[in-house]
Structure formats: structure tokens, C-alpha cells
Design a protein around this ligand. Structure first.
Ligand SMILES: Cc1ncc(COP(=O)(O)O)c(C=O)c1O
Length: 413
């Protein structure tokens, strides 16, 4: 079958669902209400407070603070926990750059360590190996919607007296051993940036258990004021990092449909995994280059008997993966750029994912320390992502993903 990249017919011509999904009636009503009330300002209405309280309750902790975005939220949480200049914060090398830049913003040093080679989340062993007397905190990232293995990571943190800031930017609604993410560490930070499971274009929320951490975090986001204190009283150094009422009006009604959307994405992912299990491997020295995807297949790599493409598994303890992304590991010997271009031509665009954080010179120039990260280097060569908007398609759309992969890789179905 001729590949679409070579002028053949694409597997899929229909578009994928767009993101964000259409506004709900509840969103329209609440945004209109805020606009008509005239109370748009961040400190005027009560929706930001309601949103913070809703996220705190969902995370099973008492406190929440809304914030302009999660980069600043992670920074404010670190400030709230007393992390500052000279401190080291251990973060995974397979994450969005903001996990590192929030640490730099706090004046601290990001220490970039490897992930587990199987599930690609922060490795407790790598954290343990990177702890120094200057380590103040660790930042597990609940990557792609699945929680990091918090029991293992918390054990290391407790052993060394480290704070734990959960980067929940991609994991709204996810559960770890039956417990909601965000409330598993000392602070958790969710993002409402445009690509996230709930969005107001930008935005974020910080949740935490401790009253003192809450007061300091709130103060960092509110120009150093004291909670309940005077408008022109600024006992701390702080910034204006606030969310607005219009953003909160877009977000609060979303909570009513979050679980339904997570279930929809999970159904799609399960269908992809089922169908991937039926692909077989025709390549090898005799057949490499002879399949439909032969142009991109390297004959120098021997097949290892694994499936051509597998779903990256969740870390131990995942009860509910919120499926921000579906991460696929391509075991087939294929040129990566060819794969991405050929899949896009087939109407199934995939994302190439993160480069290793430690390869970003801006971070090392800013003082980041980088530990050896072989698992992340391998992931940056082999892992691709199906984006959240595509996961919102009916589950039978999963066939298009697998059919296009089979066609491009020249695999038998
Ligand atoms: C893992 C992770 N951390 C932090 C952020 C930063 O969030 P924001 O864009 O709201 O600043 C993002 C996403 O953008 C992210 O994916």
C-alpha cells in the first residue's frame, strides 16, 4: 500500500476533535454573569476562591490558591515551602521545561535526574543517588496524566527530610492508590494552560495541607500581603501572580464534566492498546525495506521480538490515569523524523515529545546540575505521543492510529 507521504491515500481524512472542546452552557452562563456583574478583577468576586476550594477539596487537603499559570504556581509553592537560593530541587529529565524554570525562578538549583526506563516518571533510585546536603525538595511530575510512584518517592523524601512539590500540570483528576494527586506531597500545582485537561487559556491552582505553607504561598501570589491583612501592608516580598474571575468562570463548570472526559480518553487509549497488541513484526534482515514503510526502516536493527509499538505503562499505584497524553514506545527500527512526517501525512499527527531536559543549555547555563539520564535519552529517540484532543475522539478512531502505524511501519495486522 502506497504511503500518503509518497502520494498514496491517507488512512484518515477526517479531522480530529479540536481542543478546547466547545463551551458548555454552564460556562457561557457563568462567564456572562461575571461580565455583567462588572466584577472581573481577581480580588473582587468569589469564583477564584470557589475554584481554589474546589481543587483543595478534590485533592483532599484544606487549602488552595489560584495563580496565573502553573510555572508561577510551582515557583510560589517552592517559596511557600521555604525553598530559595542555594537549595537544590530534584526534578525528572523527561518533563516540560517549566518544571525546571520554576526552580530557577525561586533562586534554587534544578538537579535533573533520570526517569524509570519503563514508565518514564521520576525514578526514586535516581533521586536517592542525587541527594546532597543542599537538597531541599523533590518535584515528581505526574506525566501524561499518570501519577508518579509517590510511595517510593515519598519514602526517599522522608528519609532525607525533603519537601515534595507535585507537578500536577498534566494530571487533573488522576488517582494514585485511590487518592487524588495534588494532596500526596506538601504542595501540588495544576495548570489551566491551553493544552491542559481544563483550560482558561492560562491559569493554575496550588493546593496544600499546611496552614503556614498556604499563608506564605498566598502571600507570594498577592504582593507579599498577609492573608486577611491590610491592602498596603506587605510584610513579605511577593508578586501579583493572580488568576481572574473570568478565568475561574470558565474553569469551575468544567469540574462537572472532567470525569466524563477522562473516561472518554481512557476508552480511546484502551482501544489503541488492544489493537497494538495485534500488530506483528515483519522486519528483519530479510524483510527490512520490503514493507510498505520500507523507506524509513533501517535494516541494521534486528527485531527483538517485541511488538512494533507499545503503550508506555503507568507507574505502580496508578488507580486512574487522567490521560493528558498517550505515550507510545516505538520498538520498530524506524527513522523518527520519517515516522512523524509519514504519520502526519496519513492524517494521524503524532508529537515527538520532550528532548532530555539536561540537553537544554539555557538551563545548565542558569546553574542546573544534570545527572546521567540514559532512560530519558532512549525515550527521546523512541517515544511519541498521541495528543489529548485526539484521545477525545470516539474509541473507534483508535483504529486509524493503529492502521496508520501499521502502514508506516510495514507491520502485519
Ligand atoms: C509538566 C508541566 N509542568 C509545568 C507546566 C507549566 O504550566 P503553565 O503553562 O501553566 O505555566 C506544564 C505545561 O505547560 C507542564 O506540562
Amino acid at each position: 500500500m502506497k504511503l500518503a507521504i509518497d502520494g498514496g491515500t491517507p488512512v484518515r481524512s477526517a479531522s480530529w476533535p479540536s481542543w478546547p472542546p466547545p463551551l458548555s452552557a454552564g460556562q457561557r452562563e457563568l462567564v456572562t454573569e461575571v461580565l455583567e456583574s462588572g466584577l472581573w478583577g481577581a480580588t473582587q468576586g468569589s469564583l477564584c476562591t470557589d475554584l481554589a476550594a474546589a481543587f483543595a477539596a478534590r485533592s483532599a487537603v484544606p487549602h488552595g490558591v489560584t495563580v496565573g499559570n502553573a510555572t508561577l504556581g510551582l515557583f510560589a509553592a517552592l517559596r511557600g515551602l521555604g525553598v530559595g537560593p542555594g537549595d537544590e530541587v530534584i526534578i525528572p529529565a523527561y518533563t516540560f521545561v517549566a518544571s525546571a524554570t520554576s526552580v530557577i525562578l525561586a533562586g534554587a538549583i534544578p538537579v535533573i535526574v533520570d526517569v524509570d526506563p519503563v514508565d518514564l516518571h521520576l525514578s526514586a533510585a535516581a533521586v536517592e543517588a542525587a541527594v546532597t546536603p543542599r537538597t531541599a525538595a523533590i518535584m515528581p511530575v505526574h506525566l501524561a496524566g499518570s501519577p508518579a510512584d509517590m510511595d517510593a518517592l515519598t519514602a526517599v523524601a522522608v528519609r532525607h527530610g525533603l519537601a515534595v512539590v507535585e507537578d500536577c500540570a498534566q494530571s487533573h483528576g488522576a488517582l494514585y492508590r485511590g487518592r487524588p494527586v495534588g494532596g500526596l506531597g506538601d504542595a501540588g500545582v495544576f495548570s489551566f494552560q491551553a493544552s491542559k485537561a481544563m483550560t482558561a487559556g492560562e491559569g493554575g491552582v496550588i493546593v496544600c495541607r499546611d496552614e503556614g505553607v498556604h499563608a506564605r504561598t498566598w502571600s507570594a501570589c498577592n504582593l507579599g500581603r498577609r492573608l486577611g491583612g491590610a491592602w498596603y501592608g506587605h510584610p513579605e516580598v511577593g508578586w501579583n501572580l493572580r488568576l481572574t474571575e473570568i478565568q475561574a468562570a470558565l474553569l469551575l463548570p468544567w469540574l462537572d464534566r472532567l470525569e466524563e472526559e477522562i473516561a472518554r480518553r481512557n476508552a480511546f487509549c484502551e482501544a489503541v492498546e488492544r489493537e497494538l497488541g495485534r500488530l506483528s513484526v515483519p522486519w528483519g534482515p530479510a524483510s527490512a525495506g520490503s514493507g510498505a514503510g520500507g523507506a524509513g526502516v533501517s535494516s541494521s536493527v534486528e527485531p527483538d521480538g517485541s511488538l512494533p509499538v507499545t503503550v508506555v505503562p503507568q507507574p505502580p499505584g496508578t488507580t486512574l490515569d487522567s490521560r493528558h497524553l498517550l505515550m507510545l514506545r516505538v520498538n520498530a527500527p524506524v527513522d523518527r523524523e520519517f515516522l512523524l512526517a509519514a504519520m502526519a501525512a496519513e492524517g494521524v499527527p503524532l508529537d515527538g515529545g520532550y528532548p532530555p531536559l539536561g540537553t537544554m543549555s539555557a538551563l545548565t547555563e542558569a546553574g542546573a546540575r544534570v545527572e546521567p539520564c540514559p532512560a530519558v535519552e532512549a525515550a527521546s529517540r523512541t517515544v511519541v505521543w498521541v495528543r489529548q484532543s485526539m484521545l477525545m475522539e470516539e474509541a473507534d478512531g483508535a483504529s486509524d492510529v493503529v492502521e496508520a502505524l501499521a502502514k508506516v511501519l510495514g507491520a502485519d495486522r
